[in-house]
Design a protein around this ligand. Structure first.
Ligand code: PGA
Length: 257
């Protein structure tokens, strides 16, 4: 079996005015000087910056993603943005089901599933987020939550080439807390098993599963080489081009100049 190519994706959340594009310029420059051919890289700025970010990143190997989409292609949904619009603005991927959307906007697994299918319809890769809350973590219900979220949020037509899973324990997001590498291995392994059951051996084995939640330059090396961790979804530390590069460079061959 060929190894899964890792991805480090940055989720800017509701951060970033036009001036933040300078961070993308920095990222692009440092990657040109010290490439990391071992991994893919993506940034997901707010929708308002997509078109301008696409211009900054044009011709680079930094992919552009968005943070959410509506399930429908167009219509009377004030304030919403469709997957087709994101693709039109230059995105090639979209995050769906981030815990902040599940919690702030009451998004269900069924809605997340519909949003992932909208992504496929627009030829976008769906980055489907799952993860247990603090209370579920304390109750020992994590494995059940993850299984339910995979079954509910991941469409049956999901394929490794159009879908990425991001496991993000809600209690680890923005808190500076992370699970131990052993727990990350156990939970990502369980997600892998759930994917194999849902999608079959080939797709279940090949699909990327990212870890997210307080990934920083200081802990990247210990989290990114855990079995079944195929990269990271990075929030706060993705806002600075150099910090984000430092996380990505955990994959860099130490012999490279
Ligand atoms: P964080 O966010 O890296 O700031 O914890 C991760 C995420 O929510 O994707």
């Amino acid at each position: 079996m060929t190894a899964i190519r890792p991805l480090v994706a940055g989720n800017w959340k509701m951060n970033g005015l036009g001036s933040a594009l300078a961070e993308l310029v920095t990222l692009r420059q440092v990657l040109a000087e010290k490439p990391v051919p071992e991994a893919d890289v993506m940034v997901c700025p707010p929708a308002t910056l997509l078109t301008r970010a696409a211009e900054v990143l044009e011709g680079s190997n930094i992919a552009l993603g968005a943070q959410d989409c509506h399930p429908l292609p167009s219509g009377p949904h004030t304030g919403d943005v469709s997957a087709e619009m994101l693709a039109d603005a230059g995105a090639t991927a979209v995050i769906v089901g981030h815990s902040e959307r599940r919690l702030d906007h009451g998004e269900s697994d069924a809605l997340v599933n519909a949003k992932a299918r909208a992504a496929y319809r627009a030829d976008l890769t769906a980055i489907i987020c799952i993860g247990e809350t603090q209370a579920q973590h304390q109750d020992g219900g994590t494995l059940d939550v993850l299984k339910r979220q995979v079954q509910g949020s991941v469409p049956e037509e999901a394929r490794a080439m159009n879908t990425i899973i991001a496991y993000e324990p809600v209690w680890a997001i923005g808190s500076g807390l992370t699970p131990t590498p052993a727990d990350v291995a156990r939970l990502q392994g369980a997600i892998r098993e759930n994917l194999r059951q849902l999608l079959g051996e080939t797709e279940g084995r090949a699909m990327r599963i990212l870890y997210g939640g307080s990934v920083k330059p200081a802990n990247a090396a210990e989290l990114l080489f855990v079995p079944n961790v195929n990269g990271a979804l990075v929030g706060g530390a993705s806002l600075k081009g150099l910090d984000f590069y430092e996380i990505l460079s955990a994959y860099r061959d130490p012999e490279a100049t």
